[in-house]
Design a protein around this ligand. Sequence first.
Ligand code: GLN
Length: 490
Amino acid sequence: MDALHTLSLKETLQALNDGQVSSLELTRAYLDRIEKLEPQLHTFITLTPELAISMAEAADEKRSQLKKNGASMPALLGLPMAIKDVLTVNGVRTTCGSRILENFVPPFNATAVQHLLDEGMVVLGKTNTDEFAMGSSTENSAYGVTHNPWNTECVPGGSSGGSAAAVAARLAPAALGTDTGGSVRQPASFCGVTGIKPTYGRVSRYGLIAYGSSLDSAGVLAHSAEDVEIIFRLMAGFDQRDSTSIDRPLEDAGCAKASDIKGLRVGVPREYFIEGIQPEVEARVREAIAVLKEQGAEIVEISLPHTEYALPVYYLIAPAEASANLARYDGVRFGLREENGGVIDMFSKSRGKGFGPEVKRRIMLGTYALSAGYYDAYYGQAQKVRTLIKADFDQAFERVDVVAAPIAPTTAFKIGGHGDDPLAMYLEDVFTLPANLAGVPGLAFPVGFDGQHLPVGMQLMGRPFQESTLFRMAHAYQLATDWHKQSPSL
Ligand code: GLN
């Protein structure tokens, strides 16, 4: 067999099912590769080798039992995966990239994680993230930066940078991420992998440690639309524990229908091809759109006129929600506790020591936007404009089936490249925020390289709950091209 880490997720499952490889062999192969490459990449905050080995042994044992009884196999039995350190795994430290949760061991699984565990997933560890998922480079992690496997002087994107880099470096066949304003799609783009941000409400947020509750969604990163769709379909579903979870059956798998995309209409929004975008990014995205056209898709120029407001709207709503969500870290119930004075002193010392500078900035921005006298002018106004952004998408989807656009204005930038300039960092998100504000799904996948051989990604955004159309188109693209098969030399 080829080196195990070079197999796609689908091939890996096939190899497990055919008995060509055991989960233990597979898991050991990944743990060895992690041990070798982790010093140069730092994709994990917490590795769980012992847990992984025992889960793999249990999976192998279960497989032989089920085989004996002729019973059907769980879909992922024995498949190792990595999980962003924002989703809880029972009994495994979950830090959110923050000192304030340095010693937090959750006593429950996130629902998305639980679904995959029920199917036999093996957990390799928890991947690096910007603190509380606030960032676009993974530089805001309290546990050090992750390096982009294509060029270790560059960031992997963020906030799911650890997951994206781990998949790109083939330290795991797939990894879970979260996307509040682009955190699955942008690192997928920077690292040359495929990743989905599902429709808001499609995948339970239970156990996804909250950042912006009206925007957060749990997603997955892997090497192809096919691989991502396998995991996405298992994670999705209604959950009573999440009040915004929606009870809506999945559509038929999209990749199975990829041989024919004739007549599907692809909208190209003119507001996403603006001055300031790196020319190679625009060129690669336009080439990818041309590939879809060659395969029979109809290309339609469209307008999403409120796009330019997405950035200010998001940077009011997300910090506002964050400031409320992060009020729970008070040193009393869980997390870091600093005390040597009264109660107020304990609150402020615990939070002062536990939170990093970006999180503090967001809490201050959000608290200001929500404060009496300013609420209507900032938060209220932002909510109204959010409705206009959503209406843009509703109107577009009357004419087209998907919207194709760049993910980020540039390819991966140098570590430290944005210095202490938060605005430069926020500008990275212009093209990803609208999908979160509108609640629509977005699928990112690689469409080539720039002159420095750094990956360029493209996103397809779709109607709510029509992830399958995104998978169908992306898989059609991946049948015709092989950007998704490229790997960095490490
Ligand atoms: N970069 C954006 C932010 O910092 C989005 C992050 C995310 O999607 N979690 O808020």
